[in-house]
Ligand binder design. Structure first.
Ligand code: ZN
Length: 338
């Protein structure tokens, strides 16, 4: 997990946290972004204070594990699944947070000389993905598309995160694609998330089993998205149908992103990205059917533009380190961003 040494790197330390719905990852890194130690623990949820206490405890644990002192930490980056504005978590439904000043809380307890930067977790993962790609060749514009429990994109334009007016840019999981479809957590019906996320695939598999269709999914234990992909690989017709339907809607998301932003790369992350080719192949089958004869085929059918992130490290926690790193660079007046 080595990153190139940043041009504004000093000799201090950085901490990155990826606060997930169930687990929190914390890493201690040097200012060049090289990971020194990592810890993972269950996320305490229920209120902003609970989550914040967990963050502070995680910071202390990783420092202890690395035999390092708080005084050596220059910046802390935190990725959290929610809407974030200027260090305040406006809303993080799965963690039970509403309007909580997370950056301020953590800074008061561990700040001293370290700045605390809080960002939406998908945005942080987008920075991690940008860092990953940039190790091979410079990338100006890219999108990270997280497909797991939910679906959301993080957009990097001109090497900078594009957040939009309210820190909502990239929330394409809530584009309505089936107006009469299933209810979504956001209150609307038929959002992209309700047809192509991990839980959506699981729900369709359960429906197929309950309706008495002949499928190997009847024996799947547990019956989840991974089981559906496995059955599809083994030739199960019902499983293939379910994956194909999800891929149909994800192909729509990919065409919106490519045509809206004309990015060089789209990195797929989240639980479903681990399926790799099994997800990408049906997705391109749809894109080829739509654009095969189009003058836009060059833009939309170039398979090198879409990368499924199938291996560790987790981009979220890496991106949290990049958040801290970039903050320091700016503070020191060095605008160099890889
Ligand atoms: Zn929705």
């Amino acid at each position: 997990m080595k990153a190139r040494r940043s041009s504004c790197g000093g000799s201090g330390l950085l901490i990155g946290l990826d606060v997930g719905g169930t687990k929190t990852d914390v890493v201690l890194a040097d200012e060049g972004g090289a990971i020194i130690h990592a810890v993972r623990f269950p996320t305490p949820t229920g209120s902003g204070t609970q989550v914040a206490k967990g963050v502070v405890a995680g910071i202390r644990r990783v420092l202890q594990k690395g035999g390092a002192e708080l005084a050596d930490v220059r910046a802390v980056g935190i990725g959290i699944p929610g809407q974030v504005e200027a260090g305040t978590v406006r809303r993080a439904v799965n963690l039970g947070i509403e309007d909580f000043p997370l950056a301020e809380y953590v800074e008061e307890r561990v700040g001293n000389q370290a700045a605390v930067i809080v960002e939406n977790d998908v945005y942080a993962a987008a920075l991690g993905a940008h860092e990953m790609l940039s190790r091979q060749a410079p990338v100006e514009h890219m999108v990270y598309l997280g497909i797991g429990t939910g679906i959301a994109a993080g957009v990097v334009l001109g090497k900078e995160l594009y957040r939009g007016a309210h820190g909502m840019a990239g929330e394409i999981g809530h584009v309505v694609v089936e107006p009469d479809g299933e209810p979504c957590n956001c209150g609307a019906r038929g959002c992209l998330e309700t047809v192509a996320s991990g839980p959506a695939i699981t729900r369709q598999a359960r429906k197929a089993v309950a309706s008495g269709r002949v499928t190997a999914l009847r024996e799947a234990e547990p019956l989840n998205a991974q089981a559906v992909f496995r059955a599809a690989r083994e030739g199960d017709g019902v499983a293939r149908e379910i994956i194909d339907r999800g891929a149909y809607y994800l192909a729509q998301a990919v065409q919106w992103l490519l045509l809206c932003y004309d990015v060089e790369k789209i990195v797929l992350g989240g639980g479903l990205a681990y399926e790799g080719r099994a997800l990408i192949q049906p997705l391109y089958r749809h894109l080829r059917a739509w654009y095969g004869e189009s003058k836009l085929a060059d833009l939309l059918l170039d398979e090198t533009r879409l990368i499924a992130r199938t291996t560790e490290p987790r981009l979220g926690v890496w991106g949290a380190v990049v958040l801290a790193q970039r903050y320091l660079c700016r503070e020191r007046g060095d605008a160099t961003i890889r």
